[in-house]
Design a protein. Structure first.
Length: 276
């Protein structure tokens, strides 16, 4: 399998009064057109890893890597204009909460058409037609109502579908989804995951799925990267997750709720400073 993305020794740090604080410490992995899950607790560095790949580390943070290559392009050396040709067009990112990602003073139609025209240079009429098709692709049935709506008029699940449509309208080769279902109820989560799964398969995309939900990741992804304190402590096939070797991964699995039997006392995560 040819690699779509290669990451070696990725580090992200932020300044503090006591000196730089590393939140991502030497992360490395390669992926093709597959579904990779990055899982870990809040603060493990998984979201910062996704942002760094897309060149979105917020100032005054700094991201460095020995190798950060996407389909033969060295992302670490891209200029601002180079990033504009990659970001959104070839690599897209779905953020956690659509309320903070969608423009509150523009209708869904205006935002989709703008995104389409920026990346594809097509006419407004063609962009609007493609926007309608993308909303239909993410299983929005009342398309005309949604096209004329403002973000605050949409439910959480509907807003997330609009975000997915917007990120996929330029037909990127890699999608980074950062906790795309965390704000949704279980039934809507399943619907959104099915939509993502179908689109990834149909379009032959790569997907990086970032989540704190180990069970969700294991059921949806091909491979799982487990992060703790900015480090990947284990990389494992999703189908083999129940046979994980690292004590942190085992701890996460033990903390999953179970229907059968009573667990007393409740399991807790054991941590070791040596892991990070």
């Amino acid at each position: 399998m040819s690699h779509l993305l290669n990451v070696e020794n990725l580090r992200v740090s932020f300044p503090s009064r006591l000196g730089p604080v590393q939140v991502v410490k030497g992360v490395g992995f390669s992926m093709g057109r597959e579904r990779i899950g990055i899982v870990g607790e809040s603060g493990s560095g998984k979201s910062q890893t996704g942002r760094a790949i897309l060149g979105l580390t917020p100032a005054p943070g700094q991201a460095t890597a020995d190798r950060l290559e996407f389909d033969g392009t060295d992302l670490s050396r891209l200029s601002a204009s180079g990033w504009r040709s990659i970001r959104g067009k070839r690599i897209s990112m779905v953020m956690q909460d659509p309320k903070f990602s969608l423009n509150p003073v523009m209708t869904v139609s205006q935002q989709l058409v703008e995104a389409c025209q920026v990346h594809t240079k097509m006419s407004k009429s063609h962009a609007k037609s493609k926007s309608v098709k993308m909303l239909e692709a993410v299983q929005i049935h009342d398309v005309q109502r949604v096209m004329g709506a403002y973000p605050h008029e949409l439910s959480g699940g509907m807003g997330q579908r609009v975000m997915i449509a917007m990120m996929l309208i330029a037909e990127p080769e890699l999608l980074i989804a950062d906790e795309p279902t965390s704000a949704l109820d279980v039934t809507v989560q399943i619907e959104v995951l099915k939509i993502l799964d179908n689109l990834v398969i149909e379009r032959g995309m790569g997907l990086i799925f970032i989540s704190h939900d180990l069970r969700l990741v294991s059921s949806f992804c091909d491979r799982v990267l487990v992060m703790y304190a900015g480090v990947i402590v284990e990389e494992i096939q999703a189908s083999e997750l129940m046979n994980a070797k690292h004590p942190y991964t085992q701890g996460l699995l033990n903390c999953l709720p179970r229907i059968d039997g009573h667990m007393r006392p409740l399991p807790t995560l054991q941590r070791d400073e040596a892991w990070g």
